[in-house]
Design a protein around this ligand. Sequence first.
Ligand code: G3P
Length: 218
Amino acid sequence: MRFFVDTADVSELDKLLVTGMVDGVTTNPSLIAKSGRNILEVTKEIASMVDGPVSAEVTATDYDTMIQEGKKLAAIAENIAVKVPLTVDGLRTCKTLSDAGTMVNVTLCFSAAQALLAAKAGATFISPFVGRLDDMGMDGMELIESIRDVYDAYPTLKTEILVASIRNTRHVERAAEVGADVGTLPPRVIWDMYQHPLTAKGLDDFLADWGKTGQSIL
Ligand code: G3P
């Protein structure tokens, strides 16, 4: 399972890159707003920092303008994946850009039926939002299982499942258990994945015992 970082904050991304765990980045209009940066400038900077896909989202809602925006975003760097919403015009845009060789990430997916449409439109990635379904009292991860079943039933569909709206480490574990291709994780969740109280306690105990030996490896 590949890990993308869900951020438009280059300092947060920079801290994560040294871990070697980052396979790509996703952004959205809310994350760009939070960064306080110009979308074209920050997207270009992020795309130069990582080798993997960097999703940049269109903000138009009609096909013609989405195509113009998508082409402008795709021209920023070769590793840009144009992000479009799961609407009729968004999926038309997906088909046109995908046919032209551009990576497309279809976002705001909340059903397996929508995911099937996105795959038929040639999406590189489908982004189902698990956290927002959980917020409504549903089990967002059931959607990932359902999409996995649908895509696996049709091996000609090449769309990758990119689990989005991940809120905690259990979401990551469950996404991996059901065979999601990618998870896009807020930086905090990646740092949380390293943590376990028994790891910390075990290390404290080892170091305390080691200190009693008076030895040094170096
Ligand atoms: O980037 C899309 C998605 O990951 C947003 O997550 O937490 O705003 O629902 P969230």
